[in-house]
Design a protein around this ligand. Structure first.
Ligand code: BES
Ligand code: MN
Ligand code: ZN
Length: 494
């Protein structure tokens, strides 16, 4: 049963639900606001429990009450929101935590009191959908959970207007789009191979009325995307490329291109990876999953800008046809590349996508990829690193990621490291030495964008999570999509 969201003007305690969740800011008095209403309904147990649990409204504090029939809500959870003022992204995280708690405690229905923040309706809808997310495609028998959060009522003090309902509906669609990215990341690599990833992109286009061009292996060869073909040549599953296009009604204010790395599995190829943890490389298509999700979200948001989504899909496998260290390939851009380490396959796939995107003459091109372990070493597993060839773009990105509540850090394109990419035998080597590994990957990509205003986001850390946090679930997260949406909105407004 899919999750059904609604919005209404009513009080949490007088709304029928398995669980009612209400946020309380730090320092709220027990004899004021909602806590006062709760005490009036349940009696002295409220003050007693709040004191016992040292509940002061600090972020993530939780006080839990069974109401035993005293209110229409069967259970009330008071959640600390921390010190204000709250932003829409705080509301999104609050809603996600509430939905995760409800889902985890087998509630079928939840009512959620919206904090009084501009944009709370859309953010809460996004958060609920993201927090309730689980991936159950391969669970059978007892492993299938019996309960499912299927009804959520968002409660507001304001009179509900059409704009609020529309905001909930857009938020729900954005949340579902991000869950699609998560599903694609979580799918096992025997099921989700390059052609299937391309199919998923084509389906999003079909369902949302977007233009779509799919290139299979022959198409890639004809087009001259030699680097994608090289990376995919060791796999029995041929590489694919997809170009998705959203065009607004009327004149577009800007043209933006988003690119994603779509390695449905990365063994490392001939430079094979060690076995421990290799299964995580099913998520090496997180960048492509984000771009697919972004196109679905854009179709719901309908911004006044043209948005192109490009994904390069391949599987990096070692076999008799696999590409080798020492091989030299041409590229769509024309530059020749000497292969050094076949495990640095992502930048090769991206290079051809960027050359393709550059030809669209965009006002901005952004690529995102689970590109380097070095970026995870630099920033840890929850922060992605971004690079830009314009200061103005880096500033925009900083604001976008902050507004979206996604942790991203601006990294430098260190010119001194460029000489590490010089080859004796071709125009470029595709890897340099170990030091600054995330930076040299970015410098390699820069060779393929020309003068195009460009941002590169290395999402190797946060694209997958080993435990739930913020709006993210364990496994694929879709980290990045909310930031790219903010970026699109910023281009729409200037
Ligand atoms: N897909 C990996 C990067 C990665 C590592 C993503 C850990 C998520 C978690 C990428 O293709 C890769 O193997 N990069 C190499 C590059 C090196 C050979 C220059 C790396 O980071 O070790
Ligand atoms: Mn690799
Ligand atoms: Zn990879």
């Amino acid at each position: 049963m899919p999750l059904k969201l609604s919005i209404s003007t009513s009080e949490p305690l007088s709304t029928v639900a398995d669980i009612a969740v209400v946020g309380v800011t730090e320092g709220a008095k027990p004899d004021d606001g909602f806590l006062k209403d709760l005490a009036a309904a349940l009696g002295p147990v409220v003050a007693h429990n709040l004191k016992r649990d040292e509940f002061t409204g600090k972020k993530d504090q939780v006080a839990d009450f069974q109401t035993n029939g005293a209110t229409k809500a069967a259970r009330v959870v008071v959640m600390g929101l921390g010190k204000g003022p709250l932003t829409a992204s705080d509301v999104r995280v609050f809603a996600a935590k509430a939905a995760r708690l409800a889902q985890g405690s087998k509630a079928g229905s939840m009512s959620l009191a919206l904090p009084n923040v501009p944009g709370a309706e859309r953010a809460a809808a996004e958060g609920v959908v993201l927090g309730a997310y689980r991936f159950l495609n391969y669970m059978t028998g007892d492993r299938v959970p019996k309960a499912e959060l299927s009804k959520v009522q968002l409660l507001t003090h304001e009179k509900v207007q059409k704009a609020h309902k529309d905001a909930v509906s857009v938020g729900e669609k954005i949340g579902n789009a991000i869950c699609l990215a998560r599903n694609l990341i979580n799918e096992p690599p025997n099921e989700l191979y390059p052609e299937k990833l391309a199919d998923a992109a084509a389906k999003v286009c079909k369902d949302n009325g977007l233009e779509c061009i799919v290139l299979d292996r022959e198409g890639l060869e004809k087009k001259g995307m030699k680097l994608i073909v090289a990376v995919g040549q060791g796999s029995a599953r041929p590489p694919h490329f997809v170009h998705m296009t959203y065009k607004p009604k009327g004149t577009a204010k800007k043209r933006l291109v988003f690119v994603g790395k779509g390695l449905t599995f990365d063994t490392g190829g001939i430079c094979i990876k060690p076995a421990p943890g290799m299964e995580e490389m099913k998520g090496d298509m997180g960048g492509a999953a984000n771009v697919i999700a972004l196109m679905a979200a854009v179709a719901a948001l309908k911004p006044q800008v043209e948005v192109h989504g490009l994904i390069g899909c391949a599987e990096n496998m070692p076999d008799g046809w696999a590409y080798r260290p020492g091989d030299i390939f041409g590229s769509l851009d024309g530059k020749t590349v000497e292969i050094i380490n076949t495990d640095a396959e992502g930048r090769l796939v991206l290079a051809d996508c960027l050359a393709y995107g550059r030809a669209l003459k965009p006002d901005m091109m952004l690529d995102n990829a689970t590109l380097t372990g070095a970026c995870v070493v630099a920033l840890g597993p929850t922060v992605s690193g971004y690079y830009a060839n314009r200061d103005e773009l880096a500033d925009r990105m900083k604001t976008a990621s902050k507004d979206a509540g996604e942790a991203m850090w601006h990294m430098p394109l260190v010119e001194d490291l460029r000489e590490g990419l010089k080859s004796d035998w071709a125009d470029l080597k595709h890897t340099a030495d170990r030091w600054g590994g995330s930076i040299t990957a970015a410098l390699f990509l820069r060779e393929f964008v020309g003068d195009t205003p460009w941002i590169h986001v290395d999402i190797a850390g946060p694209s997958m999570a080993n435990k739930p946090y913020n709006v993210y679930a364990k496994g694929g997260t879709g980290h990045g999509v909310l930031t790219y949406l903010k970026l699109i909105e910023s281009f729409e407004n200037s």
